[in-house]
Design a protein around this ligand. Structure first.
Ligand code: G6P
Length: 608
């Protein structure tokens, strides 16, 4: 999704903007631009394509001198990726420049109104209406013009705005799209996400919905939409710059795959005390936990897949019925929720538009909302009734790995906590669960040590056209994630299927040489899935099996086998997903794909 950076201070703005934008590249984008005020007027450079095109065009920012500016990486929604549709956008006299993340839903109506008044539009974007509307309302008072625009537009927006007539002030506005302000000795910054400002400061302010930040070189003020001044506390960001850098790895994805033992341990350790699960942030009394009638898990993408796994675990351990839904479906299907339903929103970024909308809807319908979130201070974290943080640290690669793994263990902890309180698991079983849980980080480490074997296998299949992932129960949930990882970064068509469903259609697609990845980590379902493996083998499939150590029987029917260390049946996803992540990574690498920034995808999907 789009990335915004802005700077005002004592230094040249353009290099800082370009650097900040490079830290937001992970969000996904197709064009970039910057605008800088040079003491007389606002100058602008924009270019379709990667940020390096813009850096070359501006000689690393040297062609745009000045100490206040805004920058943007665009992920096209309205109007194709092109130089002219890139941000920033100007008003006609080029005295106002705007960068925007989000969607202005009523832009056509506003555009018609402005065209009726003689305004001329040059781009196909919804954003351009903001530049002209600001011009329309501007009467020497920028703050007033900004609030009038906010009252007029509908949709979601994070905005960075420059007024040539107020060259000592940077304006930042937010509604439903993330935006932060960073405060530093050498100037102040705005950005869509923390990594863009970390080089300069760790003290950030999170702008809330319908708030405006008015930022000068050495001060900042915050206002609501009625121009009333607000008091805001800054947040100190603990993680440092290195955490958001590649640190010697070829790609962020590989680095993050390798950070999984730590991400999992950091999420687990503070919540395991004396053989019991302690989740203080849960903020629920035992009575409240006992009163839960249903858990509704809502999320998008891989976070949704952790929810599919969690359903088996919550139901198995705590005997609470669970529904799982993708947020974009959930929010429009008039779901049945009440006080007895605990809604769980899962999100790495904490900014996914559909998940956030689902959260708000659930709260309105009277349910308690618990969020599992990675980004501290994000919208979902702030709006949920309680939040359990996954301590995975900043995740940059678009394809999630360590945040996914941290989400999985957060689910395990919650399910065990509920089981403890509801008495559905006895002490001896709880002790075994805790012991198994503690071993996961080192077991992941072991699997990572096997990467060469997986790399060799992946190298043979870089030309695969279709790959099917099959499994039953939790193995089906793992299949969903394995298949998504592969298709999102390698562009190979792939599907995940509940193994028992194969014969109802998909098996007709199996032919000589089709690659099938079979997940067999659930001992009580092992024989059933082996039958499905045999079915695809007899139709010519090449089978890669992922199963528990000791299940050597599978080798009769499988071309390649990867063994995962023994763990509790509920935790196998945490281990089986590791070879699948590596498999996708090496296939994508072999195909020459842009592993960290796959085409058309965004890290944080802040629009519907
Ligand atoms: C995007 C990312 C996925 C992620 C999904 C949900 O599609 O590419 O990796 O799983 O959004 O994101 P969230 O931040 O809510 O977990």
């Amino acid at each position: 999704m789009c990335g915004i950076v802005g700077y005002i201070g004592k230094k040249q703005a353009a290099p800082i903007l370009l650097d900040g934008l490079s830290k937001l590249e992970y969000r996904g984008y197709d064009s970039a631009g910057i605008a800088v005020y040079n003491g007389e007027k606002i100058n602008m450079s924009k270019a379709k394509g990667r940020l390096k095109v813009l850096s070359e065009l501006t000689h690393d920012g040297a062609t745009l001198p000045g100490m206040i500016g805004i920058g943007h990486t665009r992920w096209a929604t309205h109007g194709a990726p092109s130089d002219v549709n890139s941000h920033p956008h100007f008003n006609e006299t080029k005295s106002i420049a705007v960068v925007h993340n989000g969607i202005i839903e009523n832009y056509i109506k506003i555009k018609k109104m402005l065209e009726g008044k003689g305004y001329k539009f040059v781009s196909e974007t919804d954003t351009e209406v903001i530049a002209h509307l600001l011009d329309y309302y501007y009467n020497g008072n920028a703050l007033e013009a900004v609030t009038k625009v906010m009252h007029r537009v509908e949709g979601s927006y994070a905005l960075g705005i420059l007024f040539a007539e107020e060259p000592d002030t940077l304006y930042a506005v937010r509604k439903d799209s993330p935006l932060i302000v960073g405060k530093s000795e050498e100037g102040n910054l705005i950005a869509s996400d923390v990594p863009a400002v970390l080089k300069y400061t760790r003290d950030v302010y999170f702008i809330d919905n319908e708030e405006i930040a008015v930022i000068k070189e050495d001060s900042m003020k915050f206002f609501n939409i009625y121009e009333e001044e607000l008091t805001k506390e800054s947040t100190h960001i603990e993680w440092d710059v290195e955490a958001a850098e590649k640190g010697g790895y070829e790609h962020f994805m590989l680095k993050e795959v390798y950070e999984q033992p730590k991400a999992v341990a950091d999420t687990l350790n503070p919540r395991l005390k004396d053989g019991k699960v302690v989740v203080e942030e849960l903020n629920m009394t035992d009575e409240e936990i006992k009163a839960i009638k249903k858990i509704m898990i809502v999320a998008c993408g891989s976070a949704y897949h952790t929810g599919v796994t969690a359903k088996y675990i919550f139901e198995g351990l705590s005997r609470i019925p669970v529904e799982v839904d993708v947020a974009s479906e959930f929010r429009y299907r008039n779901p049945i929720l009440d006080e007895g339903t605990l809604v769980l929103i899962i999100s790495q970024s904490g900014e996914t538009a559909d998940s956030l909308a689902a959260l708000r809807m659930a709260k309105e319908m009277g349910s308690k909302v618990l969020a599992i979130v990675n980004v501290v201070g994000s919208s979902i974290a702030r709006e949920a009734d309680s939040v359990i943080y996954t301590w995975a640290g900043p995740e940059i690669a678009v394809a999630t790995t360590k945040a996914y793994s941290a989400q999985l263990v957060a689910h395990y902890l919650l399910a065990m906590k509920f089981a403890q309180v509801r008495g559905t698991v006895d002490d001896a079983e709880m002790e075994t669960l805790v012991a198994d849980l503690k071993r996961i980080p080192e077991q992941i480490e072991m699997l990572l040590g096997n990467r060469e074997k997986i790399q060799k296998f992946a190298n043979r299949y870089v030309a695969a056209k279709d790959v099917f992932f099959i499994g039953r129960g939790i193995d089906y949930a793992i299949s969903l994630e394995g298949s998504l990882k592969l298709k999102e970064i390698s562009y190979i068509h792939s599907e995940a299927y509940a193994a028992g469903e194969l014969k109802h259609g998909t098996i007709s697609l199996i032919e000589d040489g089709t690659l099938v990845v079979a997940l067999l980590t659930q001992d009580e379902l092992f024989k059933k899935t082996v039958s499905n493996v045999v079915e695809v083998k007899t139709r010519g499939a090449v089978v890669l099996s992922v199963t528990n150590a000791g299940n050597t029987d599978i080798e009769k029917n499988s071309d390649y086998t990867i063994y995962i260390p023994k763990t509790n049946k509920y935790f196998t996803n945490s281990l089986a997903v590791i070879p699948l992540q590596l498999f996708s990574y090496y296939i994508a690498l072999g195909r020459g794909c842009d592993v960290d920034k796959p085409r058309n995808l965004a890290k944080s999907v802040t629009v519907e």
